[in-house]
Design a protein around this ligand. Structure first.
Ligand SMILES: Nc1ncnc2c1ncn2[C@@H]1O[C@H](COP(=O)(O)OP(=O)(O)OP(=O)(O)O)[C@@H](O)[C@H]1O
Ligand SMILES: [Mg+2]
Length: 113
C-alpha cells in the first residue's frame, strides 16, 4: 500500500476530486489546508509601490492511501486535473504504508482500505 500526498492549488480541489472519483481509485481521502513554499520561495508582490515577498502561499494537501497498483492511476488523475501550467502547480509525494486497520471490524491491510 502507498500513501499519496498531493499538494495542489486550492481552486483545483473540486476538479482533482472529480478526476479521482472518475478514476475509481479513491477509497478515502484526507484534505488539509496548508501554507507552504516551493522552489520560488514565495511570490513578489507590490503594495502601494512597496515590494514584498508573500513567502507562504495557501495550498491544499490531499492524502490518499491506495493499493500499490493504483498509484499510477492516482498520479495520472492528479496530473491531468491539477495544473494550470504555471509555477506553483504543486507536487505529489508517494510513501510506503506499513499497515491499515479498520477500527470498526479489525480488518487489516488492503481489506481495510
Ligand atoms: N520539497 C518539498 N518538500 C515539502 N513540500 C514541498 C516541497 N516542494 C513543494 N512543496 C509543497 O508544495 C507546494 C507547491 O510547490 P510548488 O508547486 O511551488 O513546487 P515547486 O518545486 O516550486 O514547483 P514549480 O517550479 O512548478 O513551482 C509548496 O507550497 C509546498 O507546500
Ligand atoms: Mg514553486
Amino acid at each position: 500500500m502507498k500513501q499519496v500526498k498531493a499538494v495542489i492549488r486550492p481552486e483545483k480541489l473540486n476538479d482533482v476530486r472529480a478526476a479521482l472519483e472518475r478514476a475509481g481509485v479513491c477509497k478515502g481521502i484526507m484534505i488539509t489546508d496548508i501554507i507552504g513554499s516551493g522552489n520560488q520561495k514565495g511570490i513578489q508582490q507590490v503594495w502601494r509601490g512597496e515590494k514584498y515577498v508573500l513567502d507562504l502561499i495557501p495550498k491544499v494537501m490531499l492524502d490518499l492511501v491506495v493499493r500499490d497498483q493504483d498509484v499510477p492511476v492516482v498520479k495520472k488523475a492528479i496530473l491531468e486535473s491539477a495544473p494550470i501550467g504555471e509555477y506553483g502547480d504543486g507536487k505529489i509525494f508517494v510513501y510506503p504504508v506499513e499497515e491499515v486497520i479498520r477500527i470498526r471490524t479489525g480488518e487489516e491491510g488492503e481489506k481495510a482500505l
